[in-house]
Design a protein around this ligand. Sequence first.
Ligand SMILES: [Cu+2]
Length: 147
Amino acid sequence: MANMRVAAVALSLAAGMVLPAAAAVQVSGAWARATAPGQDEGAVYLSVTSTTADRLTAVSSPDAGMAMLHETTQMGGMSSMQDMDGVALPPGKTVTFAPHGMHIMLMDLKHPLTAGSVIGVDLTFQKAGTVHAQVKVEKITATGPQG
Ligand SMILES: [Cu+2]
C-alpha cells in the first residue's frame, strides 16, 4: 500500500499538479471561551500540524476587528501577554495553543462569544498559504475543548 501511495504522489508531481495547502497543514481542536458581558476580547486555542517545516506568520478573524499571536508568560508571579511575530512549525510535530501559553488573541469582537456557537479564524502560513478554521465556543469556565 505504501508503495502505491508514493507512486501516486510521484505521478501527480510529474504531471505538474500542485498539492493543496490543506494537505500540508492541519488545524484541529480549535476552541474559545464564551465572553462575559461587556468583554470585547477573546482567545482562540488550537493545534497545528504541518508535514513540512513551515511558519505561522499571521492570523485574522471575520468575527473580530483584530487578531494577534500572543504568548502568556509568567514573571514573578505575574502573568502577562506578549506579541509573537510568528510561530515555527517543525515538520510532523504538533504545535499546541492552550491556556497559559500561546493563543490567538481576538480584539474588538464584533459580537459576544456565546457557548455553543462557532466563529472563524484564518491562519496564514509562509508556505501553506491561508487556512480557515472553525472555532467552537465553549462555556466561560471551560479549560479545553469539550467533545
Ligand atoms: Cu492575549
